[in-house]
Design a protein around this ligand. Structure first.
Ligand SMILES: Cc1cc2nc3c(=O)[nH]c(=O)nc-3n(C[C@H](O)[C@H](O)[C@H](O)COP(=O)(O)OP(=O)(O)OC[C@H]3O[C@@H](n4cnc5c(N)ncnc54)[C@H](O)[C@@H]3O)c2cc1C
Length: 404
């Protein structure tokens, strides 16, 4: 067997000077920023600098559940996530890294007729978009996950082609791919200032903890921190950070095929390819915060609900608990494109709790547009001004099928 012995592309050293200029500076080395960098560099537009204030995966992209699903309530999200799933399937091959992608499906459980009606309505739309979701009785759900206690469960729905992946190598894959095609990725480089040149028409001076770089174009992909960055040039963004907690257990023998989620409480649980049980639950709304601490309240709520749903897990040992920010918008959709009055400044933020699964397709579509190609309708429909000046292109319908 022949092994690939080529040296791996590497991040810039911690003491490397920033270049004086770049065509595009991407602020934020999360999955969104790196997906755009990779897709654009691959198209030959490689004069790109990615600036990340911490280590790669220090933001939400390194703290999430790795779920990738096509069961959504709006047509555009179903169609986009179908494409993302396809891109996840070929990711290991295309990027040369194992992301532990496993399509075990997503199983949603309803406790009330109202929740069942919601699932049935979404399912009809999903089926029309080619996603093979089907309704199940509680007994049928138990065939898929025999460990479930289905007491009080009214109905379920299941799509076998949804899946989970391991987020970190996904990020590393995009970073390595971007660097391989000529982009430069600087970690521990914090953006502290943005100075428009001729109102942005001639670009921006991006001031960082490691020097200043002049960018013809800037992409704000700073996730939950994006409002801070936009404010540097007088743009107010409405997205706000909300802490979400999550935990993972000791590894168990593989037994749990799908990601299981209980609609009533926002409980979700899956088993990683390494055997860990990874899951979270909705806590009553917290104040908006960038605090990433962990709480006992979360652990107690999660444990109680998980043991009720799967009593066989009562002796499970939790090994790690952490938190990350959901980057929340009022309609559940991201904020994309140029804000009014700020040419050459692009937004890619507000991905709530599903930015990881959107990244493959959004990275591709953004790169197509920034490379001078087609501009997908989502860039008009997810514009910043949809929040205060409805009109023009119809904004996206509210996406309310959000877990956690
Ligand atoms: C607990 C939890 C579970 C989740 N589960 C899922 C899931 O199952 N599936 C899914 O699709 N999504 C999930 N998500 C959501 C998903 O993680 C995010 O939507 C996605 O990672 C957002 O990526 P991003 O690149 O926009 O932001 P981030 O990954 O947060 O990246 C933004 C980066 O910008 C950097 N930055 C900030 N300020 C500056 C600055 N001034 N200078 C330089 N860099 C800066 C930050 O350090 C950060 O690394 C979950 C999120 C959480 C918290």
């Amino acid at each position: 067997m022949a092994f690939d012995t080529a040296p791996r592309p590497v991040l810039e050293p911690r003491d490397a000077p920033l270049p004086a200029r770049a065509d595009l500076v991407i602020i934020g080395g999360g999955v969104i920023g790196l997906a755009v960098a990779y897709n654009l560099a691959r198209r030959g537009h490689s004069d790109i600098v990615v600036l990340e204030k911490g280590y790669l995966a220090s933001g939400a992209s390194g703290r999430n559940g790795g779920g990738v699903r096509q069961q959504w309530a709006t047509e555009i999200n179903i169609r986009l996530m179908r494409e993302s799933v396809e891109l996840c399937r070929s990711f290991a091959h295309d990027l040369g890294i194992n992301v532990w992608f496993r399509q075990g499906g997503y199983l949603f459980l309803a406790r009330t007729p109202g929740e069942t009606a919601r699932l049935t309505k979404n399912l009809a739309l999903q089926n029309r978009c080619g996603v093979p979701t089907r309704m199940l009785s509680p007994a049928e759900a138990q065939v898929i996950v025999p460990e479930l206690d289905v007491t009080g469960i009214h109905a379920a729905c299941f799509n076998p082609s949804d899946g989970i992946l391991f987020p970190w190598p996904f990020l590393w894959g995009y970073a390595q791919g971007a660097i391989k095609y000529g982009a430069r990725v600087f970690t521990f480089a914090t953006v502290t200032g943005l100075e428009p040149d001729d109102g942005g028409r001639k670009g921006y001076s991006v001031v960082t903890s490691r020097g200043t770089i002049h960018a013809r174009r800037v992409l704000n992909a700073a996730g939950a921190w994006s409002p801070e960055l936009a404010r540097l040039i007088g743009v107010e963004l409405p997205n706000r950070p909300v802490r979400h907690e999550i935990c993972s257990s000791e590894p168990l023998k593989p037994f749990l095929g799908p990601m299981v989620s209980l609609l009533a409480t926002g409980l979700y649980v899956s088993q990683s390819m390494r055997g860990e049980i990874v899951g979270g639950v909705t806590l009553p709304r917290e104040a908006s915060t960038l605090d990433m601490g962990s709480s006992l309240k979360f652990l107690a709520t999660y444990s109680r609900q998980l043991c009720r749903l799967m009593p066989a897990l009562a002796d499970l040992k939790i090994l790690r608990q952490w938190a990350g920010p959901y980057d929340v918008t009022s309609d559940g959709n991201p904020i994309l494109g140029e804000p009014p009055g700020r040419p050459n400044f692009y937004l890619a933020c507000g991905f709530v709790g599903h930015g990881f699964m959107m990244a493959p397709v959004i990275g591709k579509l953004y790169a197509e547009w920034l490379a001078g190609g087609d501009r997908h309708e989502i860039f008009d429909r997810c514009r910043l001004d949809r929040f205060d000046a409805p009109g023009g292109v119809e904004p996206l319908a509210r996406e309310d099928f959000i877990i956690g």
